[in-house]
Structures are given as structure tokens and as C-alpha cells.
Design a protein around this ligand. Sequence first.
Ligand SMILES: [Zn+2]
Length: 116
Amino acid sequence: MCDKMLIAKLRIIRRRRLLSFAGVPIAFACIGAFAFLFEHSALITIFPILGTCWFIGSGFTWLIHSLSICPSCNNFFFLRGLYGNVFSWKCLNCGLPLNYLAVSKHSDCGQDDKAA
Ligand SMILES: [Zn+2]
């Protein structure tokens, strides 16, 4: 059975994961480089504003990522009760893998449909 909505929602969770794991450190490095380059200029006064925006944005990104809803069981994907693990590749409630299409044994959609 192929569920394209399930795969699409898992893709959204993977994008949120990529944004929080890669986007937040990249933004931090860019702000740090900005502060280093304009250390002795008047533009350094904008650094606290950028830092505050980065802090709020990274917290919001992590919150959105950690509160993702599993498309299969409709519980939180990375939370189970009081336990949470945002690094997990499986839903902590039902065990649905984040790369469902890659590990699916019965893939009757995707590349198999194109080959048939
Ligand atoms: Zn689940």
C-alpha cells in the first residue's frame, strides 16, 4: 500500500530536521562572520539585534521540529510522554521510520511504478 500523504508529511518533518540541524548553525556562523568582519565599524551595533533574532529563530525552529506530528499515529514524532529525542529516525510512539520510502519492503509507488 502506498500512502503519498504519509510520505509527503514525512518529507516535511525531514525538512524541519534539516533546518534545525543545519540552518541554525549556518546562521550562527554567518552572524559570527558578520561580527568579525565589522568589528571596528559602526555596523557592529546591529549585532545584538541579529543575535537576538537568531536566538528566537533557533528556539522557534527547534520547537517546531520537536513538536512535529507523526502522520501515522497522530502523536508527537519525537516525544513520548516526558521522554523526547529529536535525533531519532523513528517515531517514538509507533516506530514509523523517517525514511519510510527507502526502508519500505512493499513499495508499490515511486520508482517501482515507473519501472512497471
Ligand atoms: Zn507515530
